[in-house]
Ligand binder design. Sequence first.
Ligand SMILES: Nc1ncnc2c1ncn2[C@@H]1O[C@H](COP(=O)(O)OP(=O)(O)OP(=O)(O)O)[C@@H](O)[C@H]1O
Length: 586
Amino acid sequence: MKKLLVYLKDYKKESILGPLFKLLEASFELIVPLVVASMIDVGIAQGDKGYVGRMCLIMAALGLIGLVCSITAQYFAAKAAVGFATKLRHGVFEHIQKLSFSQLDREGTATLITRITSDINQVQSGVNLVLRLFLRSPFIVFGAMVMAFTVDVKAALIFVVVIPVLSVIVFGIMLVSIPLYKRVQSGLDRVLGTTRENLTGVRVIRAFGQEPAEISKFDGENDALKKIQTTAGRISALMNPLTYVVINAGLIALIYTGALQVDAGVLSKGEVVALINYMSQILVELVKLANLIITMTKAVACGNRIETVLVMPAGLKEYSSEEPEEADSVNIGSEEETGSVVFEHVGLRYYEGGEEALTDITFKARKGDTIGIIGGTGSGKSSLVNLIPRFYDVTSGRVRVDGRDVRSYDTVALRDKIGVVMQKAVLFQGTIRDNLKWGNEAATDEEIYEALRTAQAEEIVRQKKDGLDEMIEQEGRNLSGGQKQRLSIARALVRKPEILILDDSASALDYATDAALRKALKEMSGDTTVFIVSQRASSLMHADTIIVLDDGRAVGMGTHDELLKSCEVYQEIYYSQFEKKAGQGE
Ligand SMILES: Nc1ncnc2c1ncn2[C@@H]1O[C@H](COP(=O)(O)OP(=O)(O)OP(=O)(O)O)[C@@H](O)[C@H]1O
């Protein structure tokens, strides 16, 4: 929790004033039973209406001051809790931005969303309640007992018996229910996770008619949550009857002893009423204290889960500008050549001890080369290109860009050189211009249109009423798959990158548009080193070098003609598609 508490340090004043005002409120509350006692013993006993009236006014004044203190305390506690949660949310979000792709894969999107939303909300409630109650409740329990002793020692001895018995019941129930509440929290997480997955994939679920299966899966998790919540609720519900039995037994003993004391002339009737009031105050505060501890336990559990994200070392391992490890160098002529990419015996494993996704990949791409990467699904095509902008770190060998190991670059500087178009085109809410300027903040409309023309996307923008100012909805919902792909290609081109990576990014385009795109890229690419990942041989047959991947290994490397002669896997891919096309009459 230490890592979290630093976010409270800007709210020191509120964190001190909140509990102090609650303490003040509690002090006034402790005086009220004495005023009631005096009203009974003096005002009512002597039939002095004026005195009763004055006491009523004093009680009203005490109530009013208590209310003002309470509202002030709530204000400070809420300000501290909300401010703390806002800063924490910002801190966690900022930290998540720095995590590497491996860390993001390991944690999972749904988990991270839960950390930043419901977990932080839970911690916020915990902070709010702690600031309001952690001084007040023990103060009232202790203060009421002391006040009872000042009224009458003999009667107050009943408090000495009742309070421990009450405490055992309240805290015993709390001890049993805390693990149950933790299970409620995990159940809630599971329901949230399923809901999120379901909503994200709602189209696929409906397309495959999986609604009944999804509903029954959800019902299963929802029922499990209900069961555990009911058990926790039943145990918590024992709190009231048990505590009231004890408190009523205490009250009977108090009234009995009080009556004897009144008879003996040691106590007044008003003092007995004061003792009864103190007993009730103690009960109420003990129950509040138990709730506070339950909320705190939940908040600490959630806080620890948030902390696991915050303690993850930010981003990729830092290397100095010296290169991390030696690998056999591949001679590409001038090592400093801009836009050159070299893979030297590269191996990649996503998880320690897991299967290798890439094994011993060695090749060189000179500035301006077009490299095609082809292979079956899961053969490692995306894995290979993801190593160039250092989305993942190699597990063996090394990747060089412009003659330097990618691990020795500042990642921002490295990624500035590269334009990436991912397999799944992702656009963000905002205008088309906003989205395209991600590639280059300073790009002029002319440069944007030039990129759009090359990406075969100009017509998409021209058709829109507002042109570049047309709004794209969240996740690009108002665009087709092919339109999103072309706009994301344009976004990468606006950057005028030294290296352009197109990871299966023409898959949603028709053949004619794909061909036009390749032609435009060829005309543009003079200095740009282009990597085209595709399952279509036609998309990359004109590349300078084609790398054929099979199960993470490069089983062929060369031009289309060379591979057609020598590489069995390439022949298989090419002829299967060629025959298919011929069969379709294309
Ligand atoms: N983030 C990841 N975490 C763990 N394993 C992964 C990850 N990404 C890919 N893999 C695994 O690595 C292997 C290669 O995957 P990769 O996505 O590179 O293949 P691909 O050739 O691009 O496939 P496709 O054409 O289907 O996109 C697969 O076995 C895949 O399961």
